[in-house]
Design a protein around this ligand. Structure first.
Ligand SMILES: [Zn+2]
Ligand SMILES: [Zn+2]
Length: 182
């Protein structure tokens, strides 16, 4: 073993500008405890991952991410029929009959055109193979259904619309509510 200069315990010799060595602590830990701690950590991590997965009912596009929501069924939404009758109720992935005229009504979320302002965009959903319910088509008022990945576009100027900050889906995510200046 090569001789090494071991510092004397206690005070450093005066005159030396060497930084004080870190004190080494040696913990004697029961191996079994380590194992148990590791297993518990793993379990906690797995549980957290499971929760994340459960929460991963996602509205999102590359450009303009929608909030992660549990599922459309978990939120109270506005329903809007093809003739513009609005009602409120639990979300659902399938259209329901308008209580006024009987036509198909769809969950509606406020979107904003930078020129023409806010309007309710209706959604159609589909269940994926993995059970996730995702939006597939959107329609701005006065427009046609278009793929959710591309839209929605304002029916008057074709600008891509942005989701309004305040809507039921936003509240699900518990983000602080901000009002946009415009
Ligand atoms: Zn109606
Ligand atoms: Zn517009």
């Amino acid at each position: 073993m090569p001789p090494s200069s071991t510092p004397a315990p206690g005070h450093q010799p005066s005159g030396s500008q060497d930084p004080p060595l870190h004190r080494r602590t040696v913990r004697i830990v029961n191996k079994r405890n380590i194992q148990r701690t590791a297993i518990v950590s793993l379990a906690v991590a797995a549980a957290a991952a499971g929760l994340l997965l459960a929460a991963w009912r996602v509205f999102q596009t590359d450009e303009d991410p929608m909030p992660h929501i549990r599922t459309i069924k978990d939120v109270h939404v506005n329903w809007l029929c093809e003739r513009g009758h609005a009602s409120q109720g639990p979300g659902g992935e399938t259209p329901k009959a308008c209580w006024t005229c009987g036509r198909d009504a769809y969950p509606a979320v406020p979107f904003r055109c930078s020129v023409h302002g806010s309007s309710a965009v209706t959604f159609q959903f589909a269940e994926q193979e993995d059970g996730q319910i995702v939006p597939v088509e959107v329609r701005a008022p006065g427009g046609d259904w278009e793929p959710f990945a591309d839209g929605p576009h304002c029916s008057q100027c074709r600008r891509l619309m942005k989701r309004e900050v305040e809507d039921p889906l936003e509240r699900v995510q518990r983000k602080p509510v901000r009002r946009k200046g415009s």
